[in-house]
Ligand binder design. Structure first.
Ligand SMILES: [Mg+2]
Length: 225
């Protein structure tokens, strides 16, 4: 992934900067026979996103994600339906809060290199507050500065609708759209939405779930440095 291909970067939040908290979901699913370990839960998120993308569903539909997630952490088949229901009840706006360590390092490095950054997230009105705790904030502050943080709930439009990017792009007006990367973890919402907006889409695909895809893929945000 050559950085020469773009001048600025917009990020999705879920699966890119934050994950559903594995320190909560681990014990929750261990009750149903799942592996509570961090590695199992990191893998499970991207397995869930790949399953969600495979059926092409949008933001409101997480059934395939939940089933793939609990299977990926090793929940036995006779517990899968129940465990997926339990996951569905707990993977909510408040548990999307675990900052991905490599993303924190990469954001700081990109900012230090002078790359203009922003966030465009399908969220519930909470994302700026969660990110401000340890990831980033609009403008100067204790964490990585962003030019703008867009929350779909606040602006009233969600990916894959490309018009959500119209709320962020005025902050990057000096760049051509095709020179602005959008980094996400959903083929349907992020790659699809960014493409429709004329941006340069990049998928976070740490486990090579999308070999042969016709868009750029990275294993972590460190690949952008
Ligand atoms: Mg996401």
């Amino acid at each position: 992934m050559a950085r020469g291909n773009f001048d600025a970067i917009l990020f999705d939040a879920g699966g890119v900067l934050l994950l559903p908290d594995p320190t909560v979901l681990g014990p929750l699913l261990a009750y149903h026979g799942g592996d509570a370990g961090l590695d199992a839960h990191l893998r499970a998120h991207y397995a869930g996103m790949a399953a969600k993308s495979a059926v092409g569903v949008g933001e409101r539909f997480w059934e395939e994600y939940n089933l793939a997630y609990v299977r990926a952490v090793g929940v036995p088949e006779h517990e899968v339906t129940l465990a997926a229901e339990v996951l569905s009840a707990h993977r909510n706006a408040w548990t999307w809060r675990w900052a991905i360590p490599s993303s924190l390092v990469a954001l700081r490095g990109l900012h230090d290199a002078g790359v203009p950054l922003g966030v465009v997230s399908n969220a519930s009105g909470q994302i700026a507050e969660v990110l401000a705790r340890e990831v980033c904030q609009e403008g100067d502050g204790p964490h990585t500065p962003m030019r703008v943080i867009i929350d779909s709930h606040v602006v009233g439009v969600a990916k894959p609708d490309p018009t959500i990017f119209d709320f962020a792009l005025p902050h990057f007006a000096e760049f051509e759209r095709s020179r602005i990367a959008y980094v996400g973890d959903s083929v349907t919402m992020d790659i699809g939405g960014a493409r429709a907006a004329g941006l340069h889409p990049i998928l976070v695909d740490p486990y090579d779930d999308h070999v042969g895809a016709d868009f750029d893929r990275i294993t972590s945000l460190l690949d952008l440095l």
